[in-house]
Design a protein around this ligand. Structure first.
Ligand SMILES: NC(=O)c1ccc[n+]([C@@H]2O[C@H](COP(=O)([O-])OP(=O)(O)OC[C@H]3O[C@@H](n4cnc5c(N)ncnc54)[C@H](O)[C@@H]3O)[C@@H](O)[C@H]2O)c1
Ligand SMILES: [Zn+2]
Length: 349
């Protein structure tokens, strides 16, 4: 099949391109090569790939890229927390206006199959259990608590410490920052498009993706890239809070395999459907453990725990990816220790 990948020159998009080409599909990539994501010119086109430079907010560019396409894999987005709130219009423009322009062009072109890069950020603070009150949803953490080093969210009813659990797709959404808000709006737009066109949309809610080709040290980069960049400079990774934040670190090759498999099967979904799948390794680790694993594999220096915090960060969010495993037969193949050892030695973008 012929697939259009928006954001195809990016970190995850590039791995999806390679996976699709290896599985014998035709690939058209479409990427604006944003300066916030690319410190250098983009990679060269792969043999068999058409790599177009263009913006998803540009209706003509998108319409041209859609010619002859069977399915769209929408990866283009501004990622990360950004510098400050002044970035909000750029996030909303690229991520939500861009998605609306793309979906409108797909509606006109009769392209009915969409796989969206979703994100675990839609869940906000993950899933917690209070010994007395069962499953609870703590609100955003107060700055006074964070400043005093009280990082764990507390039970909203009794104030007790909570046990973090795995979030499933039916967990309530609760985006806590601009980026998270735009990722949730992308899903709602995709669901609305599917209903009104008879299309089929799948959102893969990636957890913390890492691996070769990750963008280096910018305010838009993920924590694994920040640690990896520090180590490459000979500096200690700086771990915020107390390092006890739990995340699901999933390898980019596993995410790319999930994307390709979703593209191959999305046309079997019902007309007008929207389905979200958590895409995680199922093996949660703390940010502190990740820093130590990377630093050890790199041969030092050891991480420092700084107690710094960011108001938009959540404490714990870890995935239950059982639905994706059951529906698509997908299995993550790169384990945490092996993946971090590899990541400590590879080049960043
Ligand atoms: N990296 C993660 O851990 C993670 C986690 C959850 C979700 N995601 C999602 O995965 C997708 C890919 O992210 P990534 O980590 O590869 O980031 P990335 O920055 O490496 O890739 C995104 C690409 O999109 C392009 N882009 C941005 N705005 C565009 C626009 N308006 N028009 C055309 N191209 C545009 C950028 O130039 C970049 O090449 C994004 O949708 C992101 O929200 C990533
Ligand atoms: Zn309680």
């Amino acid at each position: 099949m012929r697939v259009l990948i928006t954001g195809g020159a990016g970190f995850i998009g590039t791995h999806i391109v390679d996976t699709l080409l290896a599985r014998g599909h035709e690939v058209v990539s479409y990427d604006a090569v944003l300066a916030s994501a690319h410190s250098r010119p983009p990679r060269a086109a792969r043999p068999g790939e058409r790599l177009l430079v263009g913006d998803v907010r540009d209706p003509e560019g998108v319409a041209a890229a859609l010619a002859g396409v069977d399915a769209v894999c929408h990866q283009a987005a501004m990622v990360g927390l950004g510098k400050d709130f002044a970035d909000a219009p750029s996030y909303v423009g690229c991520n939500d206006l861009g998605t609306a322009v793309l979906l409108a062009a797909m509606a006109r072109a009769g392209v009915r199959d969409l796989v969206l890069a979703g994100s675990m950020v839609v869940y906000g603070e993950g899933r917690y259990v209070c010994a007395r009150h069962g499953v609870v949803r703590p609100g955003p953490r107060a700055e006074t608590d964070l400043a005093a080093g009280r990082f764990e969210p507390r039970c909203p009813s009794c104030g007790a410490e909570l046990a973090p659990g795995l979030v499933a797709e039916d967990a309530p959404v609760d985006p806590r920052n601009v980026y998270a808000t735009t990722k949730l709006a992308q899903e709602h737009l995709s669901a609305a498009w599917a209903r009104s066109t008879g299309g089929r949309a799948v959102s893969l809610r990636y957890h913390n993706v890492y691996g070769p080709g990750m963008p280096r040290d910018t305010p838009y980069a993920g924590v694994a890239a920040l640690f990896r960049s520090a180590l490459a400079r000979g500096a200690a990774p700086r771990v915020f809070e107390d390092g006890g934040q739990r995340r699901d670190f999933v390898h980019v090759r596993d995410v790319a395999a999930a994307g390709a498999t979703a593209l191959e099967s999305v046309r079997d979904a019902g007309a007008g459907s929207f389905t979200a799948y958590n895409t995680g390794s199922g093996d949660p680790h703390t940010v502190g453990e990740m820093a130590r694993a990377l630093a050890e594999a790199h041969g030092g220096p050891a991480p420092v725990v700084t107690g710094e915090y960011r108001l938009g960060d959540v404490r714990h969010v870890t995935a239950d990816s059982a639905r994706l495993r059951a529906a698509l037969g997908w299995r993550p193949e790169v384990g945490f220790a092996e993946g971090m050892r590899e990541f400590a030695g590879v080049a960043l973008r």
